[in-house]
Design a protein around this ligand. Structure first.
Ligand SMILES: Cc1cc2nc3c(=O)[nH]c(=O)nc-3n(C[C@H](O)[C@H](O)[C@H](O)COP(=O)(O)OP(=O)(O)OC[C@H]3O[C@@H](n4cnc5c(N)ncnc54)[C@H](O)[C@@H]3O)c2cc1C
Length: 172
């Protein structure tokens, strides 16, 4: 039983978990990904043995501080746990998760309180040609780079002016 269950091990969830643990709170962090980091600090698959994962990231020091902070913090990190529901009863909360890529094995995490840090998702507005082979979203291209160490092509046009496009263009 934890005092606090944090759902999401991105920058927000990790920062919250470490802040709570520093105050003596017993924390369990639950994330569906195989590694902590979330979208911002998405980690390359371990089998790729990336030598310089920081090359595709910005604010890497913040990630190191969060990652290193977990060691010895007492925070229990449960990766590969996909949360599908949270139940409340008179004793607190039960966070229900399914384990592993096939999401077959059920796991229940009990906690007095639950903090949702499940992040944001890329929302794509369709435009003519958006389903053509070779057309990917900025977030998709970045996820391929950071998670798979692959670029979606040899030459790229990065279309748009949002702030995510600059790190994506730099990464490509
Ligand atoms: C594709 C993409 C790329 C981005 N790249 C950048 C970038 O380069 N720079 C930038 O400043 N911002 C970027 N952003 C914006 C980004 O969302 C925030 O900067 C930052 O990651 C938000 O941190 P967070 O901790 O709130 O959420 P996230 O980092 O999104 O972390 C949420 C975590 O919750 C977990 N989670 C979600 N649902 C469940 C569930 N049901 N069960 C278990 N775990 C769950 C996820 O696996 C994830 O690890 C990007 C967003 C997206 C969608």
């Amino acid at each position: 039983m934890a005092d606090l269950a944090v759902i999401g091990a991105g920058p927000a969830g990790l920062a919250a978990a470490l802040a709570a643990a520093a105050q003596g709170v017993t924390v369990a962090v639950v994330d569906s990904a195989t590694e902590a980091g979330g979208q911002f600090y998405r980690q390359p698959a371990s089998g790729l043995r990336a030598r310089r994962p920081q090359a595709l990231h910005h604010q890497w020091r913040t990630w190191e501080r969060l990652k290193d902070g977990l060691t010895g913090s007492g925070v229990r990190l449960l990766t590969d746990h996909h949360v599908w529901s949270v139940e409340r009863d008179s004793d607190g909360f039960t966070v229900h998760a399914l384990l592993g890529p096939e999401q077959r094995e059920p796991v229940a995490v009990r906690a007095d309180a639950v903090l949702l840090a499940t992040g944001g998702y890329e929302r794509v507005l369709p435009f003519p040609g958006w389903t053509l082979p070779g057309v990917v979203t900025a977030g998709g291209a970045q996820a391929m780079l950071k998670g798979g160490l692959v670029a979606p092509g040899r030459r790229a046009v990065v279309a748009g002016t949002g702030p995510l496009l600059l790190p994506v263009a730099t990464g490509l």
